[in-house]
Design a binder for this molecule. Structure first.
Ligand code: BEZ
Ligand code: FE
Length: 294
């Protein structure tokens, strides 16, 4: 393996993987090397460009910590997250579609009862959310676990706000709740608003250089689990949002777009009296049964 040149280097690297005992790793790395080398050949990558790419990835690494995952953001804005989600979650027609997870899920959020206010002080116009979780045949799924998370009216998730004195973040506009015996859930929160993904780092600079904006259309995140069903990670998007057709992370699916309806002040779905107008969202989820090996 000497005197490798432009024409022989790819095969030599692939041959070097022959001793890898993990056949899946060998398959993935062989393909990665082939595509990476093809990319360099096709673009006639210069040394300056190679160096800029290394500097960019180094900056992505440097800004990443346990609160900020710039690599996932990079995957998101390049459409890789949507591609991987789509190819791993093909479902029968009628099931609720999955979309990207995003970086703002937090484990250990509080569990709420039906009609509780999960906003917990997050700023925004009041919004009452309800719906059913069902199987494909329409059967209601009782006791399904829903986790919900969303940004406030300024477009910030709780984890992006200034922490409390002890360095932690109060859980705001996020929480868990369970469907009742009829498969129904209901909670109070705040109106979802569009927001820009974190764009003060290398990924934001890349979007700028590419002439792209960092905005996501207004949405609510859901993760729904029920025994015997594939866990559903998805969003519900707000109809009419100006970014529905230019989501910075390519996550919008038409079946996930729903109406947030503005209601006049008066009796709210939880029976309380609202002295300000509020919004309602009604959206049903259909889970995919687990297949063999899933
Ligand atoms: C989100 O919706 O929370 C999100 C998804 C991808 C990148 C950034 C944010
Ligand atoms: Fe989000």
């Amino acid at each position: 393996m000497r005197n490798l040149n432009e024409d022989t280097i790819t095969q030599a690297v692939i041959a070097s993987l022959g001793g890898c005992g993990d056949s899946r790793l060998r398959t993935v790395m062989t393909s990665l090397v082939q595509h990476l080398h093809s990319f360099a050949r096709e673009t006639k990558l210069t040394e300056a460009e190679w160096q800029a790419a290394i500097a960019f990835l180094t900056a992505v690494g440097h800004i990443t910590d346990d609160k900020r995952q710039e690599f996932i953001l990079l995957s998101d804005v390049l459409g890789l997250s949507t591609l991987v989600t789509a190819q791993n979650h093909a479902k029968p027609a009628g099931c609720t579609e999955a979309t990207v997870f995003g970086p703002f899920y937090v484990e250990g959020s509080p569990e709420y009862a039906q009609f509780d206010d999960i906003a917990n002080g997050a700023r925004g116009e009041p919004c009452f959310v309800s719906g059913y979780v069902r199987a494909l045949d329409g059967q209601p799924l009782a006791n399904a676990l829903l986790e919900v998370w969303q940004a406030d009216e300024d477009g910030h998730y709780d984890v992006q706000l200034v922490p409390e004195d002890d360095g932690t973040h109060a859980h705001r506009a996020r929480g868990k709740l369970r469907t009742d015996a009829n498969g129904r859930f209901a909670f109070r929160s705040i109106l979802a608003e569009p927001y820009p993904i974190p764009h003060d780092g290398p990924v934001g600079a890349m979007l700028d250089a590419l002439g792209r904006h960092p905005w996501r259309p207004a949405h609510l995140h859901f993760m729904i689990e029920a025994p015997g069903y594939e866990t559903l990670i998805t969003h519900v998007f707000r109809d009419g949002d100006r970014y529905l057709d230019s989501d910075a992370v390519f996550g919008v699916r038409s079946t996930l777009v729903a109406q947030w309806v503005q209601q006049p002040s008066g009796t709210a779905p939880d029976g309380s009296q609202m002295d300000v107008p509020f919004y309602t969202l009604d959206y049903d989820f259909v889970l995919n049964p687990k297949g063999p090996g899933r």
